[in-house]
Write a protein that binds this ligand. Sequence first.
Ligand SMILES: *[C@@H]1O[C@H](CO)[C@@H](O)[C@H](O)[C@H]1NC(C)=O
Ligand SMILES: *[C@@H]1O[C@H](CO)[C@@H](O)[C@H](O)[C@H]1NC(C)=O
Ligand SMILES: *[C@@H]1O[C@H](CO)[C@@H](O)[C@H](O)[C@H]1NC(C)=O
Length: 408
Amino acid sequence: MFPAVSLLTTLLLALSIAASPVEIRDSPITLPTARRLNTSGGTINLLQHDQSRATALKTITIGRDTLDRRTGSIPVTNNAVDYIASVGIGNPATTYNLIVDNGCSVTWVGATTYVKTSTSVDTGNTIAVPSGSVPFSGTEYTDTVTLGSGLTIIQQPIGVASTSTGLTGVDGVLCIGPLDLTEGTLTDEPDTTIPTVTDNLYSQGIISQIVVSISFEPTSSESDTNGELTFGGTDAAKYTGAIAYAPLTTTYPSSYYWGINESIAYGTTTILSETAGIIDTATTLILIATNAYSLYQSATGATLDDTTGLLRIDSTQYSALENLNFNIGSSTYVLTPNGQIWPRTLNTYIGGSTSYIYLIVNSIGTPSGEGLDFINGYTFIERFYTVLDTTNSQVGFATTAYTNATTN
Ligand SMILES: *[C@@H]1O[C@H](CO)[C@@H](O)[C@H](O)[C@H]1NC(C)=O
Ligand SMILES: *[C@@H]1O[C@H](CO)[C@@H](O)[C@H](O)[C@H]1NC(C)=O
Ligand SMILES: *[C@@H]1O[C@H](CO)[C@@H](O)[C@H](O)[C@H]1NC(C)=O
């Protein structure tokens, strides 16, 4: 390596270490989240849900390309397994159960559930996110939004859906994706962006950095309020060691989301060379490019299970399972064998059998080189505290008390 290059690398490294979000402890700006598995609509097909979401995320085009964006919507099958937050809208506030989604940026509620109060203002704009991860179209309102206990944003733009696809048992979506994803969503002003909830917390002086930190924890229960979103900083009670940061990827289309570069090794064998992908709170599985998935399947000796679409192993293969190592920035995040399996007590909810062990690593459906070659879904976030830092254009991760948990 030339000296100049290594100096530049050192400088970039130093900068990324210096720029860390503020630490917030016991702050009022935290929002509890619940992981919920709702099987009342029938057995959940995790893979079908996650792969159609991956396709939707890869299809998006932004801003001036809004014509492309408006053609065709990709249905998301159901949202039965998700993290849900209770969010107040209006004054007096009605409480809505919203899916926590960092792959979208316009927070919205369904038309039939929206209760208008004196703070609800119809802007007259129509709003549409037809190929988003959870497609909807409807009317833009501004309203008072309350997060957690008493954290109040005024005049927050929200979507009030007249049509939406694939939502069951929830009232809408709390979107914590990047601002640029809002471009093109207002039908009459396609070049305009709409401030997100996090942007308005910042511009209204409630937080000092545009940062959202996510603590999810593995659970073997059907419903468990075990997660926490922290706006404006990080919560040291929720992680161990130090948070290491990696820059947002410049590779399209991952760059429109919370995208990073990573490589993945099964034990010491690289199965995915460094490439771009995303961190996604509304995807369950860890989806990897087909070439990496084939290598993972042969290394683990797993069998493709026709009923669930997941890879399955027996207990002997489970005992031999090696760590899956995620190299991000200059750190390696070790997903243990237990972190690579679906909670066994919940096997029947996904159409599985109690005699098998199902792997949560699966295929994204396309080979590496498409610019969105992996999705680290919430099964990854449940093992590593995750910091979405707009202010410093980076994503941070840290280990937690659950990184090595054996709850699955
Ligand atoms: C589960 O989903 C059904 C629709 O499939 C919905 O009616 C029900 O309210 C949901 N249950 C919970 C606890 O959210
Ligand atoms: C990520 O990888 C791409 C090539 O895959 C490279 O162009 C880019 O510089 C890398 N780093 C970032 C921060 O995007
Ligand atoms: C997880 O276990 C490994 C191996 O025992 C250990 O090196 C690592 O420090 C543990 N990590 C955490 C966060 O407890």
